[in-house]
Ligand binder design. Structure first.
Ligand code: FES
Length: 123
């Protein structure tokens, strides 16, 4: 997915692109394992004071990536994710997406982890 975009990011000045997969296929030369393991990889430095993390992917991954980002010292206000998996109508009519007082479809779907915690969402 997004192979051309990834190649372009890898070639871009000022961008470090680190990739990891759950299971390597033939020909894969990158890392294998969870995203958080990349933070501890030799040569990888996360400039915490100058970083905003955008977390997307399967929901089961969110909890572990966010835990690892918090362990790095990243503030909750600079960890951003999406709760779009709760949406149905997408226009604020059905109520399917309500978490606490928020309508994910009209108030989000992108929230900081700080906001997600206040909603009472357990990710
Ligand atoms: S998805 Fe229907 S109200 Fe948000």
């Amino acid at each position: 997915m997004y192979r051309e975009d990834l190649r372009e990011w890898e070639r871009s000045a000022g961008v470090e692109c680190h990739l990891t997969v759950d299971r390597a296929t033939d020909g894969w030369k990158g890392d294998v394992g969870v995203v958080g393991a990349l933070f501890k990889k030799p040569g990888v430095e996360v400039p915490v004071d100058d970083t905003v993390a955008f977390v997307c992917g399967p929901p089961v991954m969110f909890r572990f990536v966010i835990r690892d980002l918090l362990a790095l010292g990243l503030p909750e206000s600079r960890i951003v994710s999406t709760l779009e998996r709760y949406m149905k109508c997408g226009v604020g009519k059905c109520g399917h997406c309500c978490i606490g007082v928020a309508y994910v479809c009209v108030d989000g779907p992108v929230f900081t982890y700080e906001q997600i915690k206040k909603l009472g969402e357990d990710i």
